[in-house]
Ligand binder design. Structure first.
Ligand code: SF4
Length: 389
């Protein structure tokens, strides 16, 4: 069936579905958003505080590094207290991987080619199988194997794909397929080409990331270009935005990238103009305040906040709630609900009024979603009954 707006269609690459705890990754599952804690893992209290912040921001999966035995010992408590699946980040030490699987990690981030001999790989795979733990092969341009660097001369897409497939083969040889792969680089060109090559070469789910992308602004831009290009072409099953910033910000940026591509929605998508001398109210200040005041809303919805009638009515047509400035004076700004002009208000108290309207609309949308979910459940139950008859 052709879609109403074909220029917006994204055809996702068909990938194998795995599970990281209760979160499906690949096989058409919603693209999950993840981040990583930067507290000392043995400090369970501090780590949990950060994980709670990430959960509140909407993180689907959280990674925790396990460099030593104290960390894997703490992991058990962390897993028990977390509401999201925990990925244990392991480098080289196969014993830490086994301990993490035993502690309840939902996934091990480990490269099987880096943990020593075949027996160690076998032991790690067995622990993963015993504890229902997935894995992520994480190839990084900065730490490619020596033989591949010698073969290719420098980190390049071909070397990264070869490294990833070498690690994958080790797991396949151990009859283990519950894994996803990343081929990260800080260079956007290199990362994109490596992911494109890997997407062609296998059907494993892909974890996207532009690694060591930099601070909040430059990292957001690099990640948006690299991951945006891949996601737009249908590549990518789970994402992590790497920023030298508060991990909670990584989640916000991740969702904003997915929102921009219509791949996933969470919270209020605010459409606002940059403002100019025509603005009927202070657009920038208002949007900053609204962003903060609407952080608690997780319902996917849109709000347009436009300075004047040049673009206001047109933008509002496509939104759940809209506001268009109309100049100074009483009752000059127009409020739109579900795309239609609804009533006029003046600028005083406008923020409180819009927050109230958005909260009301969010509650209505949630009621509708619950009804739809119940109808689908009823239909599924009916189908089960007819199939049994
Ligand atoms: S919508 Fe109006 S206020 Fe906003 S930038 Fe355009 S002309 Fe200026």
């Amino acid at each position: 069936m052709s879609s109403v707006r074909p220029y917006r269609d994204i055809y996702r690459r068909e990938s194998r579905k795995i599970h990281v705890g209760n979160v499906p990754v690949g096989g058409g599952a919603p693209i999950s958003v993840q981040s990583m804690t930067n507290t000392l893992t043995p400090d369970v209290e501090a780590t949990m505080e950060q994980i709670r912040g990430l959960e509140d921001a909407g993180a689907d999966i959280v990674r925790v590094s396990c460099p030593d035995e104290d960390s894997t010992a703490a992991l058990k408590d962390i897993v028990a207290q977390s509401n999201v699946p925990i990925v244990a980040d392991i480098h080289f030490h196969y014993k830490r991987a086994i301990e993490a699987a035993e502690a309840g990690a939902a996934c091990l981030r480990i490269n099987p080619g880096n943990i020593g001999n075949a027996q160690r790989v076998k032991d790690v795979v067995q622990a993963a199988k015993d504890h229902g733990c997935a894995m992520r092969i994480g190839v990084n341009a900065g730490s490619l194997e020596k033989d591949l660097l010698e073969k290719y001369g420098e980190p390049c897409p071909e070397a990264m794909v070869e490294s990833a497939l070498d690690h994958a083969r080790i797991l396949e040889d151990n009859d283990f397929y519950e894994f996803k792969i990343s081929v990260k680089a800080s260079d956007v060109f290199l990362a994109v080409a490596a992911y494109q090559g890997l997407a062609e070469a296998c059907d494993y789910p892909l974890h996207l990331g532009i690694t060591e992308a930099g601070g909040f602004q430059s990292g957001t831009i690099k990640s948006s270009i690299g991951m945006g290009m891949l996601l737009w072409s249908g590549i990518g099953d789970t994402i992590r935005v790497s920023l030298s910033a508060d991990p909670v910000k990584e989640i916000g940026v991740g969702f904003d990238i997915l929102k921009s591509l219509n791949l996933r929605h969470r919270g209020v998508n605010i459409i606002s103009c940059p403002s100019c001398s025509r603005q009927g109210f202070e657009v920038i200040k208002t949007v900053e305040t609204l962003e903060k005041r609407l952080e608690h809303i997780s319902t996917p919805m849109t709000l347009s906040v436009i300075g004047c009638v040049v673009n206001g009515p047109g933008e509002a047509m496509m939104t759940d709630v809209g506001f268009t400035g109309g100049g100074s004076g009483k009752n000059t700004g127009m409020v739109y609900v579900s795309g239609l002009a609804d009533h006029k208000i003046d600028n005083d108290g406008m923020v409180d009024h819009l927050v109230e309207l958005v909260e009301k609309k969010a509650a209505e949308i949630e009621v509708e979603r619950a009804k739809e979910a119940a109808a689908l459940e009823d239909q599924a139950a009916e189908n089960r009954v007819s199939a049994a008859e």
